[in-house]
Design a protein around this ligand. Structure first.
Ligand code: ACO
Ligand code: ACO
Length: 154
């Protein structure tokens, strides 16, 4: 099925994009803020939107994946890994040196996928989620407080 995965840029986020974006990041105002300056990709299978990938240049040689999401019925089929691989190759082709991603300390499945795809843990942004999100986030029966930062050298 993944052979039919088609990854293309998009500019204007539709409500279908938002449905996915908000599964990765529940704060719409934060999503809106980075969409103003991001490079956006969507993944489709036979015309059905199944994933989104949002990149931002955070420093001259660094690109960050600020949002990655796969529709729930399409998860665990390798699409997330394909999107991470796409982002890595896209950044390499444009001569970035580093690709980064941040996720919750309680996001065990995501930490697995990112490390499986070559990202290494480089730091903790303590209380990132309690500082930046008004609503408490509960994940894996834990209150999410800290962001784990991961990095891959290209
Ligand atoms: N326990 C163990 N392994 C698990 C579990 C689990 N509960 N759930 C999934 N997995 C494994 C799968 O078996 C698979 O591993 P495998 O390839 O070794 O079999 C792996 O996790 C999933 O890998 P993919 O299929 O490549 O990834 P997927 O298409 O599911 O996408 C993603 C991963 C993007 C994190 C997806 O789960 C998702 O959209 N989640 C909701 C939104 C989200 O959390 N986004 C990331 C937020 S952080 C950010 O955006 C910067
Ligand atoms: N997925 C999700 N949750 C799980 C899983 C799983 N695969 N396996 C266990 N859990 C949960 C349990 O449900 C329980 O959570 P809950 O209390 O919310 O229901 C929790 O994990 C386990 O908690 P406890 O029962 O309090 O801990 P336990 O008696 O199992 O001891 C320990 C934990 C010491 C880590 C034990 O698993 C162990 O000895 N592991 C092997 C040795 C080891 O890894 N030691 C730590 C190395 S680091 C160090 O020593 C400094």
């Amino acid at each position: 099925m993944n052979n039919q995965l088609d990854i293309q840029p998009f500019t204007q986020a539709s409500s279908r994009h938002y449905d996915l974006l908000l599964t990765a990041d529940p704060a719409k105002q934060l999503v809106d803020a980075y969409l103003k300056r991001s490079i956006n990709f969507e993944a489709n299978i036979n015309g059905v939107l199944v994933g989104v990938l949002i990149l931002i240049e955070t420093r001259p040689e660094t690109i960050e994946i600020v949002n990655i999401a796969v529709a729930s019925t399409y998860q665990n089929q390798g699409i997330g890994s394909r999107l991470l691989n796409f982002a890595t190759n896209w950044a390499k082709d444009r001569h970035y040196r580093v690709i980064e991603i941040g996720t919750g300390s309680t996001s065990f499945d995501q930490l697995y996928v990112y490390q499986k795809n070559g990202f290494r843990l480089v730091g903790i942004d303590q209380d990132f989620f309690t500082r930046n999100y008004t609503e408490p986030i509960i994940e894996n029966k834990l209150v999410l407080k800290d962001m784990v930062r991961l990095r891959k050298y290209l």
